[in-house]
Design a protein around this ligand. Sequence first.
Ligand SMILES: Nc1ncnc2c1ncn2[C@@H]1O[C@H](COP(=O)(O)OP(=O)(O)OP(=O)(O)O)[C@@H](O)[C@H]1O
Ligand SMILES: [Mg+2]
Length: 398
Amino acid sequence: MGTDERIRDMHILLVDDSTYNLALFETMLMDDGYTRISTALNATSAYDLLARHDDIALVVLDIIMPDIDGLEACRYIKSQAPLQDIPILIATAKTDLETLQSAFDLGASDYVRKPLVNSIELLARVRNLLNTQLELQLRRQGEEQLRKLNQELEERVQAEVEKNRQKDQVMLHQARLAEMGEMIGYIAHQWRQPLNVVGLLCQEHYDHYCNGELSRDIMESGTTKILDQLEFMSQTIDDFRDFFRPDKSKSRFSIRHAIETTLSLVGAAMEKNNIRVQVQCDATPEVEGYPKEYAQVLLNIINNARDAIIDNRVADPRIHIRVYTDHGKAVVSIHDNGGGIPDEIIEKMYYPYFSTKQEGHGTGLGLYMSKMIIERNMGGKIWARNRDGGAEFFVEMP
Ligand SMILES: Nc1ncnc2c1ncn2[C@@H]1O[C@H](COP(=O)(O)OP(=O)(O)OP(=O)(O)O)[C@@H](O)[C@H]1O
Ligand SMILES: [Mg+2]
């Protein structure tokens, strides 16, 4: 619809106490193409029409009317929030300037004089006011659309943020579960030996008893041995629990100590798989960060090495850990002989949920979490390469 058509389609309210005037105005407007015209013979019915139609775009208002005059009606319209912006065209026989001034002071936009000699003046002013009104409406619509768009965008961003937060939460949870699964596996390894010992001691006691040899000495030494084993088993649980409890704040820690902590937990499992773990310390650097998280990263990498070694049924399995400094940075390299990382996944292996392991054997979060911990939380770097029939991971700390 063109501007002219739109203007001709706008709703005009004519208010005059003379039916003759109303008819005259209406005819002039209709002759010019206006189609939507309402009329009111007094202010009260004008208010009523304004209340019922929210699309009135112009009020042509007579000044001299019984009961409520035009000035009063003008004041009323301009005081009502939803009506305020409707332009008012004063149509008045009064030519005294004072009245006109009052009308403008009250917010009227323009005026025409009665009696109308011809339609030119009326049509020009009506058109002008409606045109301004149309522009205002279009601008408002534009602003409203923009506001809605902005709001939608904001809501979408909010929703995305929330979704990501939940995803992080889920991932953390999965990683924790996987860690717990690992933890139980390690505890099982650590416990196998002491459980055997306790079993043997019980058997021994029983045999002594059957042979009538169960002396107080045997009883005491056996019980002490059993309690020692139980103490060791209980300590294992504490160690693991402690290991998987995250640090609350950064602290200074020794890299060597972190390696020792990790190995003290996984040593038994490595031994069981005949994996020789060697540690070579060319330096003994200390760094600033979260020691337990750091040790977990080493654990993730060592576990991956172990898995690769077991998968490839390596004959003489080895993991070589080296600590050194490079340009003031503390580096740990972990080199296995498990066959190496296929070229096509060397970039992808850090993606969350990327795993080449059998269903149920890997969450694919190990390296992702490790990268997050080292690079995002501690400002370090993790990378890997293949060398001598195995993978070599580097963990660098500032
Ligand atoms: N030392 C390695 N040798 C060969 N491939 C490796 C090695 N370390 C990692 N990868 C590859 O990278 C993939 C991703 O490792 P990541 O630790 O992120 O997950 P995962 O070990 O599969 O599962 P989990 O969440 O249980 O650690 C592995 O599935 C494996 O294909
Ligand atoms: Mg892993």
